[in-house]
Design a protein around this ligand. Structure first.
Ligand code: SF4
Length: 333
């Protein structure tokens, strides 16, 4: 922490993992379920307006392989490309707790049977958390690293309705507390900015809400339009306009200014795993360009994560002073 966040004006998830594992860690995205309550139309729910048929799966070929073969194949690709040695298995697509406990247990055991796997990360929804699921996480947490990424997306019901999430903001808040009260898993949430009529005050209050919740990380996305989604229909009918790059950048700067430095940030914007399926906005197809644009804008505006959060203790003050002097020197090292 002496130098701030390895040259970045925000607390990256890489930094968070480095503190836990003492070395760089890579995620192996896998697909083990192919459904969710929304897609099944349970209790009158609809597919989320932004979600395409892949349900956030990183790779199409994962659907044709069992878990063992996915881990073997994707670990090799990542290891060859990045000289990676340590991995987390990321149960990413659809709703990973929307299955039997016996299936979850068998998937966790399979993942942890690989010597290079240091733990796993699960993506799920606030309304798919039975006591049995929470007990199972805690059981595996005793022997491995377990992280959960909860699809909260917004703390405003009007935006959740637009996204057709089928749960409320209150459901998410209760779920976060339930997980934190009954397990010690590393808990993060996903947020989407860019719903119609989203105000700056809502962005600020979202950051403050995060500060008050027992989470360690957030993942940021802009609401983008993918092929064969409800959002595409609304976009084609002129009923939805995706957020412009400049406006989205302003939201991220505002959010990070008010986000407490203890909370790590996964990514600063969405990216589609299959670019040919991205309809709009086109700027979101330039993953690295968008990331660099936002980082440069943070530096240019002399903004860093938590710069508007009053320091609460000596650690906060120390980090605040480091980041302030770094950003004033525009120091990248
Ligand atoms: S985003 Fe998740 S919960 Fe929503 S439809 Fe897609 S897979 Fe289902």
């Amino acid at each position: 922490m002496e130098k701030g966040w390895s040259g970045l004006p925000y607390h990256s998830i890489a930094e968070h993992y480095k503190r836990i594992f003492k070395e760089k860690i890579y995620k192996i995205p896998v697909t083990v379920v192919d459904d969710c309550p929304n897609r099944m139309g349970l209790k009158g729910m609809k597919t989320c307006s932004f979600c395409d048929v892949w349900g956030s799966a990183a790779r199409e070929d994962s659907f044709e392989m069992n878990l063992h073969d996915q881990i073997t194949k994707f670990q090799k690709i990542i290891a060859d490309r990045y000289h990676a040695k340590n991995f987390l298995v990321y149960f990413q697509a659809y709703t990973n707790t929307f299955t039997k406990i016996s299936a979850l247990r068998s998937n966790f055991d399979e993942a942890l049977s690989f010597p290079f796997v240091k733990g796993f990360v699960l993506g799920t929804r606030p309304d798919c958390l039975s006591p049995a699921v929470l007990n199972l996480w805690q059981e595996y947490y005793q022997k491995s690293f377990v992280a959960v990424e909860l699809g909260v997306q917004s703390f405003y019901d009007e935006h959740l309705e637009f996204m057709q999430r089928g749960h409320t903001a209150e459901d998410s808040i209760k779920a976060i507390h339930k997980i934190a009260d009954t397990t010690a898993v590393d808990l993060g949430i996903h947020l989407i900015f860019g719903s119609p009529a989203e105000s700056d005050q809502q962005i600020i209050d979202t950051a403050k809400r995060c500060n008050d919740l027992p989470i360690t990380n957030v993942k940021l996305h802009n609401l983008h339009v993918l092929k064969n989604t409800t959002l595409e229909k609304w976009f084609n009918a002129g009923e939805f306009a995706p957020i412009e790059k400049e406006d989205y950048k302003n939201k991220v700067l505002l959010f990070l200014s008010h986000l407490h430095p203890r909370i790590a940030v996964h990514r600063l914007a969405a990216f589609a795993s299959r670019w040919e399926e991205l309809i709009a906005p086109k700027w979101t197809s330039d993953k690295m360009g968008t990331h660099q644009f936002i980082v440069d804008e943070l530096r240019g505006a002399k903004v860093f994560q938590g710069c508007l959060v009053p320091p609460q203790n000596e650690n906060d003050k120390h980090l605040f002073n480091i980041m302030k002097s770094r950003i004033e020197r525009n120091d990248r090292n």
